[in-house]
Design a protein around this ligand. Structure first.
Ligand code: F6P
Length: 358
């Protein structure tokens, strides 16, 4: 197995693509340092007194955990002084964080979810950090960046990655030349390249969705899941397995390792929200990682990387993973909208209830 250090990987990428030289590789090193610091805090858990609620809410109205806040501070602390960034934005901050005028400002923007899946923290299950790097428009004139500078479609990302704090800590990164995985060797404090050129199996028998929302899903998603559940007795003619960790980083990682499809689709649970996951710091970076590994990422109606953002904390439906499955789910959306599919009745709902919807 090739096990060379993350820095060596970055230098090689840089030699291959001069656009990645200088600032860019230094910035990625700063991000990786943030992830190592967070990995350390997460692994010490109760010993470090970092578990539990912070007693505050983020801009989405979600209760913040102590580790959400500490992880956010870790990113700011490690990335604000290097001179590579013009501003940062995160799930845990209402507005953008322009690099203070006392520090040199660089040409990139960093968007991150410092601790994704944080409801898992207090029960000692896997969580992660997700990040996305964009170019700052008009960075030459020295003006203070605004939120509008961040509103670029995901296809403009220069790099995307996540750190998974699981049984071992891993970093998965793409700079637009494949998706690569690194494992943290805690003995030397370095990420080592352990999973070069990850490829998502195009076909799968495994899906991940929060099935408690079934009655709120749109018909194409109900159809897809019902067909998976029907297994070899249904149109798919094969049995499927289901998983749900409730931590997007862990779900995407599983899909990179052994294939599968992940859905957090549009639902009618809260009509004010077109999905649960956030475009800028969850859907976009994961979509780039998945596409670079040969998979697809879609809202069901459009490629995620083509969505034009309208707000920093905007939500979006997310369907990603194995190529053939995501294509199938997109087709179900098209067929439904064109009135081409058969009227669909959920077997989940109508076979075991007195309250049939007929
Ligand atoms: O905020 C994101 C997140 O925690 C994801 O990491 C995860 O996929 C999802 O929410 C879990 O949602 P639910 O609480 O509906 O299972």
């Amino acid at each position: 197995m090739r096990t060379y250090q993350f820095n060596k990987f970055l230098i090689e990428e840089q030699r291959r693509n001069p656009a990645l030289a200088g600032d860019f590789s230094m910035l990625i090193s700063d991000v990786v340092r943030s992830c190592k610091a967070i990995a350390q805090g997460v692994s010490r858990g109760s010993l470090a007194g970092v578990l539990g609620d912070q007693g505050s809410e983020n801009v989405q109205g979600e209760a913040q955990k102590k580790l959400d806040v500490l992880a956010n501070q870790a990113f700011i602390h490690h990335c604000e002084w290097g001179g590579h960034l013009a501003a940062m934005a995160s799930e845990e901050m209402d507005d953008i964080y322009p690099i203070p005028a006392s520090n040199p400002r660089g040409k990139y923007l960093l968007v991150f979810d410092p601790l994704d899946g944080s409801s898992n923290i207090d029960v000692n299950l896997s969580v992660g950090s997700i990040f996305s790097v964009l170019r700052c428009p008009d960075n030459g004139d020295g003006k203070t960046p605004t939120a509008a500078d961040f509103l670029q479609p995901g296809k403009c990302q220069v790099a995307a990655g996540y750190a998974l704090y699981g049984p071992s800590a891993m970093l998965v990164l793409t700079v637009g030349n494949g998706t690569h995985g690194f494992t943290l060797d805690r003995n030397i404090g370095e990420f080592l390249l352990t999973h070069p050129n990850l490829v998502i199996a195009p076909e799968t028998r495994e899906f991940a969705i929060n099935a408690s929302n079934e009655r709120f899903w749109e018909k194409p998603v109900q159809r897809y899941v019902a067909e998976c559940l029907a297994g070899r007795t249904g149109v798919r003619e094969k049995d499927f397995n289901m998983r749900w960790v409730a931590s997007m980083v862990a779900e995407v990682h599983r899909i990179l390792m052994r294939g599968g499809v992940f859905l957090y689709p549009r639902d009618s649970k809260d009509l004010g929200k077109p999905g649960r996951l956030r475009l800028m710091y969850e859907a976009n970076p994961m979509a780039m990682i998945v596409e670079q590994a040969g998979g697809l990422a879609s809202t069901g109606r459009e490629r995620i990387l083509d969505v034009q953002p309208t707000g920093l904390h905007q939500r979006v439906p997310v369907i990603l993973g194995s190529h053939a499955e995501v294509e199938r789910i997109e087709r179900y959306h098209r067929e439904y909208e064109n009135g081409e599919d058969q009227p669909f009745r959920s077997p989940l709902f109508s076979t075991r209830t007195l309250f049939r919807d007929d």
